[in-house]
Ligand binder design. Structure first.
Ligand SMILES: NC(=O)c1ccc[n+]([C@@H]2O[C@H](COP(=O)([O-])OP(=O)(O)OC[C@H]3O[C@@H](n4cnc5c(N)ncnc54)[C@H](O)[C@@H]3O)[C@@H](O)[C@H]2O)c1
Ligand SMILES: [Fe+2]
Length: 403
């Protein structure tokens, strides 16, 4: 463990994020100016059918009315969970149309695909998979602006993308600071249309990012500050976002919370819970946020059983998940359990509001799939950032409890 003289203060750490953030009602209006600053005027818009159907691409196109910007192409066939086939198809349209920049309008699937397109175009390649892994990129990327339409993945401020290679049945991770978008635009008009279940699932993804960022071995005072603000904003707004989706203040708060959580975990990483969620998504196609929502309390209980130090950190998070009075009232040695209870209270209410599953069986997973999920969990890259070592049998035990 890298803690120095005081809990949470490492002897050494690094923190980096270079994304310009533009947040607010009417933030979209700054798009043409931002493109101009980046020296671009012919962007490709990358999106998906759900986002287009919700009329969100029209908002973006309209924001360029009367400016020098000409939209080179709009690609809206991006699949849920990005694939290298879609990335190559989008890249060839970018080249054919002579585009000079990329605007991603969508959730994590769209944003990660757009990151893949930027790699293929900037590295002048047709083989995205050659660049899978850490720090394999060498060339400067094309101007890249992200407008998230979910409040969850934080991919608008992360240097990572997960892109599937369906021919090989593999999900490949790409990481490089060069992949960071230049600008993230948070405008509540882009998330008011999100259906309640996607709102709940993506918000629980964001909460899991912030919680894992705070308890992981790479935590540091700067990432902690981002994680705390994210958890507090999610606690205060998550139910209203699901209940009253048209409330723009609530939507903007959730978009900020997801971004803050993204900055936190991009620097201090996610652990066991994300490893379990990646494996559950990969094996059984459970949406990423749904998997995190189910697994978060069970993963935390595992940590509490295995590590008193991690339990103490989990207990500290209660400050951001309850009222100050209730936090002060409760016994210190029960705080970690009360953190888990607060999260279960949150997911229980969300289940009543929108039907988000509370167990793996409710999410359509069968018991005979658990062994393969456990195996994929311990092979997942995120497991190396777990604050506690996890064996195959322990991963299987957590999955059985969450079943
Ligand atoms: N790169 C990273 O740092 C990172 C982090 C976490 C997750 N991810 C990846 O992100 C993906 C999941 O992204 P997601 O959870 O944002 O969901 P998503 O992008 O898969 O979108 C889910 C669905 O919601 C619809 N949708 C999105 N916004 C909408 C809106 N405003 N109104 C109506 N419908 C809308 C989409 O059309 C889609 O059908 C996974 O592939 C996951 O691996 C990436
Ligand atoms: Fe995530």
């Amino acid at each position: 463990m890298n803690t120095g003289t005081k809990e949470g203060l490492p002897k050494y750490y690094e923190f980096f994020n270079s994304v310009k953030i533009i947040s607010g009602s009417k933030a979209l209006e700054s798009m043409s100016y931002e493109l101009e600053l980046l020296g671009a005027k012919m962007p490709i818009i990358i999106t998906d059918k759900g986002v287009t159907k919700a009329g969100l691409v029209d908002h973006v196109i309209n924001s360029f009315g009367g400016t020098q910007v000409k939209i080179g192409a709009v690609y809206d066939d991006t699949p849920v969970d990005s694939s290298n086939i879609a990335v190559n198809e989008i890249a060839s349209i970018y080249r054919q149309q002579g585009c000079d920049s990329i605007i991603a309008v969508g959730g994590g699937s769209v944003i990660d695909s757009a990151k893949g397109v930027n790699i293929v175009i900037s590295e002048e390649t047709d083989d995205l998979m050659k660049f899978a892994g850490n720090n394999r990129l060498t060339k400067p990327m094309k101007p890249f602006i992200v407008i998230p339409t979910t409040a969850g993945t934080g991919s608008e401020v992360t240097m990572a993308a997960v892109i599937a290679n369906p021919a090989k049945n593999l999900k490949m991770q790409f990481t490089s600071p060069l992949m960071l978008p230049k600008v993230a635009v948070l405008d509540p008009v882009m998330t008011v249309s999100m259906p309640p279940k996607i709102t709940a699932a993506t918000a629980m993804d964001a909460l899991t990012h912030a919680v894992e960022a705070y308890i992981g071995p790479q935590k540091n005072p700067v990432s902690d500050a981002f994680a705390f603000s994210a958890i507090e904003m999610i606690y205060e707004n998550i139910e209203s976002a699901v209940k009253s989706g048209s409330d723009k203040d609530v939507r903007l708060a959730m978009a900020n919370a997801a971004l803050l959580a993204g900055v936190a975990f991009a620097n201090s990483m996610c652990g066991l819970i994300h490893a379990l969620a990646h494996a559950t998504g990969g094996q059984c196609h459970v949406p990423h946020g749904v998997a995190n929502s189910i697994l978060l309390p069970y993963g935390l209980e595992f940590y509490i059983r295995k590590s008193p130090e991690t339990a103490k950190r989990i207990g500290k998070l209660l400050r951001f998940l309850t009222t100050p009075e209730d936090y002060a009232k409760g016994p210190v040695d029960e705080r970690s359990k009360n953190t888990v209870a607060a999260i279960r209270g949150m997911t229980g209410n969300l289940n009543k509001l929108c039907g988000i599953p509370l167990s793996l069986s409710q999410a359509g997973v069968t018991r005979n799939e658990l062994a393969a999920i456990a195996q994929a969990t311990i092979n997942d890259g995120a497991i190396s950032f777990s604050p506690v070592e996890v064996s195959y049998h322990e991963a299987l035990e957590v999955l059985n409890q969450a079943f």
